[in-house]
Design a protein around this ligand. Structure first.
Ligand SMILES: [Zn+2]
Length: 156
């Protein structure tokens, strides 16, 4: 837009935060490393939910090595809060905890199923086949739950 090369214009553009707040982006800007100009929505969401001054205060209190994780966490929480104004990311946590409890129940069922065959003592092909089938069923069932959790994580 300014008729410069891509490299020059990106290094001279204000960060997404300063652009949003319509202020000059100083070289020591606390937002600049984490809110690049090509991701304007990231700062807009964080600002809407937490407020720019609160985020500034929070980042200044943290060691620079922890700031990127903090910003990513704030961006995720803000995004989830805007999508789900009631539960925010607690909605996702509850869903995952529910699925985890379900998986733990499935796992203990599969283990008790397997122990039945172990207690019987596997003799001959029939016993071996039944034990293998039980193990396969348990694995497939758990695999489906794992896939659901991964899909849930992927969609958020
Ligand atoms: Zn800036």
């Amino acid at each position: 837009m300014r008729g410069r090369g891509n490299m020059a214009s990106s290094s001279n553009s204000p960060c997404a935060a300063c652009k949003f707040l319509r202020r000059k982006c100083q070289p020591e800007c606390v937002f600049a490393p984490y809110f690049p100009p090509d991701q304007p929505q990231k700062f807009a969401n964080v600002h809407k939910v937490f407020g720019a001054s609160n985020v500034t205060k929070l980042l200044n209190e943290l060691h620079p090595s922890q700031r990127e994780d903090a910003v990513n966490s704030l961006a995720y929480e803000a995004d989830m809060r805007l999508r789900d104004p009631v539960y925010g990311c607690v909605g996702v946590i509850s869903l995952l905890q529910h699925q985890l409890r379900q998986l733990q129940m499935d796992l203990s069922c599969a283990k008790s199923e397997l122990s039945k065959y172990q207690n019987l003592g596997i003799t001959g092909h029939a016993g071996l086949f039944a034990a293998a089938a039980a193990a396969a069923t348990a694995t497939t069932h758990n695999h489906n739950h794992t896939t659901t959790i991964l899909r849930t994580l992927g969609s958020i």
